[in-house]
Design a protein around this ligand. Sequence first.
Ligand code: FES
Length: 159
Amino acid sequence: MLTDEAKLNEIIEHWKRDSSYLIEMLQDVQAHYRYIPHPLARRLAEELDVPVNRIFHIATFYKGFTLEPRGKFPIAVCTGTACHVKGGTRILENILRDLGVEREGQVSADGLFSVESVRCVGCCGLAPVVTVGGDVYGQTSSVKISRILERVRKAEQAH
Ligand code: FES
């Protein structure tokens, strides 16, 4: 991974220092760091000569951005109506317990996971739906997700 400064410079240059591409730049920052670090938001604001509040406004307005670090494998639990009816909220509670975290967005001690609830991921026929690191698991359960997390942990330890 490039250093913070090198990667940010690369992103800024890629978008030709054009602040009309601010959202695209933030998407690249988010993709690389998995969140928008505050110091980088400030530097980006300086480099583009835009108010830093504009960056924080975008980062808090769009659900795809986060100002907090996420786990290496972010987990999203759908709690939309179809998934809620089929136990999505219970699955979310069990994942929080499994990870040993107190709230959504908090990263597990091993740095691997963070979990957030989302509203309908568009495949209600597969309810309840959970994504782990971008992989979608439908008609799932707390037990199945627990096994998936364990598999990811073991794979990471083997690296
Ligand atoms: S409500 Fe969960 S995918 Fe639609």
